[in-house]
Design a protein around this ligand. Sequence first.
Ligand code: HEM
Length: 187
Amino acid sequence: MARFPDSTQAYGAVARALHWLVAALVFAQFALGVYAANLPVSLARLQWLSRHKSLGLAILALMLLRLGWRWLHPPPALPKSMPNWEQRVALVTHRTMYVLLIMAPLAGWLYASAAGLSVDWFGLFVVPDLVEPDRALAAVFKALHLGLVALLALLIVAHVGAALRHAFVLRDRVLQRMLPWPSGSKR
Ligand code: HEM
């Protein structure tokens, strides 16, 4: 299948839109997850968890879309001024974030299924369970979900730190080419 690389200097509009949409939703998702998980057992806890589960599946769907889009539209090359090892670290970090943004919601979905808490997607339809209810399995998937989201949080901090270093220390165009507004996409 033909692939259409984004410009060597900027990401395309769709890649940028998907990046900032997922970033905003993941930020909200962390807040929702921590808030809901710390509520006492109640109807409100179930309702907030239900929103968390629905939003998590939306993020999973967007990430699959993003993965397909990235495959069809390879990202622009990093500046030659970046040492090879830094380019490799950036590549590994980005790939790991893709893996975690797919695996963490999948683990959450497996946990909800094993715990017998099917996802009613924003009250519109019930999402099929991935496994039969099983308490022991639910405990494993819960630990997996929490471990993966903790790892994701660490990588997001490193990722934001690296982006700010590019913008304010190295003063190259690495952050600009992903910014959502048009001036960031100058070619
Ligand atoms: C990128 C997507 C996701 C992120 C970043 C995320 C993040 C989190 C966070 C931060 C917590 C709170 C941990 C704590 O404070 O104990 C949490 C809990 C939880 N998540 Fe997710 N989550 C995501 C997707 C999902 C999905 C798709 C589901 C289910 C379909 C799900 C189900 C749950 C459940 C049930 C809990 C409560 C755990 C408990 O019983 O305490 N999550 N998640």
